[in-house]
Structures are given as C-alpha cells and as structure tokens.
Design a protein around this ligand. Structure first.
Ligand SMILES: C[S@@+](CC[C@H](N)C(=O)[O-])C[C@H]1O[C@@H](n2cnc3c(N)ncnc32)[C@H](O)[C@@H]1O
Length: 452
C-alpha cells in the first residue's frame, strides 16, 4: 500500500474508532475546522448539512444525549483521486449496523461513500463527506436475494416500487422522450459477432428445411422467427393492431382472414379467442406448420389457403375482419392498390381491416430514411418505395425468395391508399416492434379501417 493510501485509510480507521466510541461529536476532530463551508450528507438525511452549525447539530443534536443505542461504521474499498498536492477525492463504501432506541430491531446496510480531504499540518482532514445510496429498487432486490425465505414479498415489493417510480415521471418527460425518439440515430449495423451468432440457428433451420421437418424455425434475432421463404420474420408477440384484430374479431359474427399469416401468431390467438379464421400465406410450408401448431379443439374453425397477394381471391363479402401484418410492404404500389380494392370486396359491410407494414424507421430500412424524407417532402406518393432492397440489407446477396424491392409505407401513405380503396379510417399511426413497449417507436405503420 503506498504512503498516501495508508494515510487516507488511517483517517477512516480513526473515524471508525470515533463511531465505535459512540461519541459522535468527536467526528469534528477529523475535519478541517478552518474550512468555512463543510458539506455532509448521510444516507438517511433528506438534504445536505452545510456549515459547521448544521454538521455539529447533526452529529450531536442534544450534547451528551444519544438517540442511538449503538452504531458501528466500517469503511471499505477506499479509492483515491489526487486533485492537487493538498486535496484528494475519495470514493468508497460504508457499512453501517445500528440499533435505534425503542422497539425497532437492529439493522444494517451498505452505501457508496465519497469525500474530499485536505492536507493540513496535523494530517488529512475532511472538508466534504457524502453517503449515496443505490436506487432503492435495485438495492432492495439485492437485499431480497440474500433473503430467499421471503420470496413472495419480493415480487410484490418490486412491482410496487416500480409503480412508484413510474408514477414519479416528470410531466415534461413525455415530450422530451418523444423528441429524442424522433431524432434517434438511424444507423443500422449488424456487427461481426452478432452475425456469427446467427450461424448455429441458420444451419439448424436449413437442415430442418432439407429434411422437410415441419417445425417452427429457430429464432436468432430476439422477438423474430425467420420465415422459410426469405420474406422476413414473424414476430413472436402480437403488436397492438394485431391484438385489436384478435379481440374484436372474436366479438364479430362471421369469418376472419389472416393473410401473410406465416406460422400463425395472430391466427392462433384469434382461434383461441373463439374466432373462425381463414389463414392465407404464399408458402404452404408455413401453413403446414400452423396446422401442426393448432390445438385440436381449434382446428374445426381453421381453414388454410395457399395464395399470393395480389393474385389470390376470395368470394366477395366472405369476411368480417381482415388482418394483414407485415406483408403488404412486399407489394409494388399497383399491387398494393389492387390488394386493398380486393380486401374491400372480400369484406362484408361493417367489416374491418387491420393492417401493419414496415416503415423506413424499421431495421435495415433506416438506411433509406434520408431518401424517404427527401421524397416525402417532394410529394412522392410512395416515398418509402425502395427499388433495390439489397442496398439496405446487411447481406451481400438478396435472400432467396425476397422481393428485389421493398415498399415501406408510412401511416399517411397507407391511410390514403385505404381511403382510395373505399375504406373509412378508424385509426392510422406508427407503432413499435411487438416485443417492446416503445411508445414513440415508428418501426411499423398500423391501420384499422372500416367498410361502411
Ligand atoms: C414478414 S412475415 C410476417 C408474418 C406475420 N404476419 C407477422 O406479422 O409477424 C411475411 C409473411 O407474409 C408472407 N407473404 C409475403 N408476401 C406475400 C404475398 N405477396 N402474398 C401472401 N403472403 C405473402 C410470407 O410468406 C410470410 O409468411
């Protein structure tokens, strides 16, 4: 241990001895009494004690009288930063164990401690001292880890404390948060190690494909399951618009359509809710897996149909609700227009569409954002239409089955096209990925519209 460390450690050992003696008023002997403006903050204090009067009355509120039966202080992990020849900043930890007078039992705790000490003739002396507690939520959870005998209380406390934190958000934060999300960095990069982590699941998925195994592929991007045909990923969770489809279609009398259903995240939920569903996808292998995953009790209410938009057809007025999540962006503008017109015809009057598409704020398409902004400002009717999707993707070759283009649709563009097809818009907004609760995220455009 070097000389300075030894000297400073000694100051803290002296402090421990004074605390042990329970004569807290003597702590002032460790301070630079010539300093006109001492600072002190103990972890239980609501505010700083500044100035000699405040410090002395804190150490000894009524001279000669103790409110505490016993207190033991121990300082550890002391780190030193030299500020100048005669000033040091100290960072470390302090442990206290104490018993207050009265019915309360003894307790103990650890807190971060920092201090500024000045070199005087008589040695190093405090000019400032603070104890800083960790945020109570994480501190409490660590205390609970040491007390496995009270596990139920742990989750209740965690939920209760989190709720208190949530209730404590400053009213100005929402606007601030929104602003930050709006100007969020738009770069999209997949680093080497992340790409490397994709290899294992990709090999397993290729093997399953070759052997014709009807199982849901392994996920290698959190929240997303790769499609078998290179057309992106199915979300593992339902987004807000899909949830509305599931809830509302269960209350409607008639059949619902889920088109571009992949392995049926929305279809399965709608069936569970009691709906009768036609699940349609361009890839029969997706539908086979969906059939395998469907519980026996729901199978009588499920029909699958292999079909590709905009070519696929259904009888006019066959459905009460149509859900199409993250599929329409594979269509070029003319195909999109035709698809929306067909959807209008497939719906009964009063029926609703629930549409979700990728926007230029989503994943690799972020690369196109500057171009999207420029084209939108110029009044381009499809400003998010990316002719060469490969220019945004983090791969050198277009995945087999992926369209060469990508038609990222913002809520305005999608709403306009739905209106042109005859729909009345109920709501049109951005939404984030299903697995996150990111309120101001803009990864997707979501529309609910009605055929009146
Ligand atoms: C990105 S995944 C979305 C899956 C799911 N609906 C979701 O929201 O997570 C797109 C799905 O749509 C299907 N698909 C893509 N283009 C299609 C088209 N033109 N017609 C029908 N299905 C299509 C794909 O086979 C795939 O299952």
């Amino acid at each position: 241990m070097d000389k300075l460390q030894q000297e400073i450690e000694q100051v803290f050992r002296d402090a421990e001895s004074i605390w042990d003696s329970q004569e807290y008023g003597n702590l002032k002997t460790l301070w630079d009494e010539k300093d006109p403006y001492p600072f002190y903050l103990a972890e239980e204090q609501a505010n700083w004690k500044i100035g000699w009067h405040a410090l002395k009355t804190y150490w000894e509120p009524i001279p000669g009288k103790r409110m505490i039966e016993a207190i033991r202080m121990r300082f550890y992990d002391i780190k030193i930063k030299e500020l100048s020849q005669d000033l040091v900043f100290i960072g470390g930890w302090v442990r206290h164990d104490m018993k207050i007078r009265g019915p309360m039992k003894a307790w103990g705790g650890d807190a971060r401690m920092s201090a500024v000490l000045r070199k005087k003739e008589a040695g190093w002396k405090f000019v400032a001292y603070t104890e800083s507690h960790r945020t109570p939520l994480t501190y409490m959870m660590d205390l609970y880890k040491k007390q496995p005998s009270i596990p139920i209380v742990r989750t209740i406390v965690q939920r209760f404390m989190t709720r208190l934190y949530e209730k404590n958000v400053h009213p100005e934060f929402a606007a601030f948060h929104k602003n930050i999300m709006e100007t969020e960095k738009t770069e999209y990069k997949v680093n080497f190690w992340t790409k490397l982590s994709f290899i294992g699941p990709k090999i397993i998925n290729s093997f399953a494909k070759i052997t014709g195994k009807k199982t849901i592929p392994k996920s290698y991007i959190p929240g997303l399951i790769p499609c078998l045909n290179g057309r992106g990923f199915m979300e593992k969770d339902l987004n807000g618009i899909s949830t509305r489809f599931v809830d509302e279609s269960a209350k409607m009398e008639g059949i619902s359509l889920d088109v571009g259903c992949a392995y049926g995240i929305a279809t399965l939920a709608a069936l569970k809710g009691g709906s009768e569903v036609v699940a349609c996808d361009m890839d029969q292998a997706h539908l086979d897996i969906l059939l395998k995953e469907t519980p026996e009790k729901d199978k009588p209410r499920l029909t699958t149909k292999k079909g590709t938009l905009p070519g696929v057809d259904f009888k006019n007025q066959s459905f009460v609700a149509i859900h199409c999540s993250r599929c329409l962006h594979f269509l070029v503008p003319e195909e999109l227009k035709l698809t929306l017109e067909k959807m209008y015809n497939w719906l009964q009057p009063g029926g609703k569409i629930y549409l979700i598409t990728d926007t230029c704020f989503s994943g690799p398409w972020k690369k196109y954002l500057p171009e999207f902004d420029r084209r939108k400002a110029e009044g381009d009717p499809f400003p998010g239409f990316i002719e060469d999707a490969l220019q945004c993707l983090p791969v050198s070759k277009l995945p087999k089955g992926m369209t060469p283009h990508m038609n990222c649709l913002d809520p305005d563009t999608l709403a306009r096209e739905c209106k042109l097809a005859g729909f009345e818009i109920i709501e049109a907004d951005f939404l984030g990925p299903a697995r996150s609760e990111a309120k101001y995220a803009k990864d997707h455009a979501g529309i609910i519209a009605i055929k009146n």
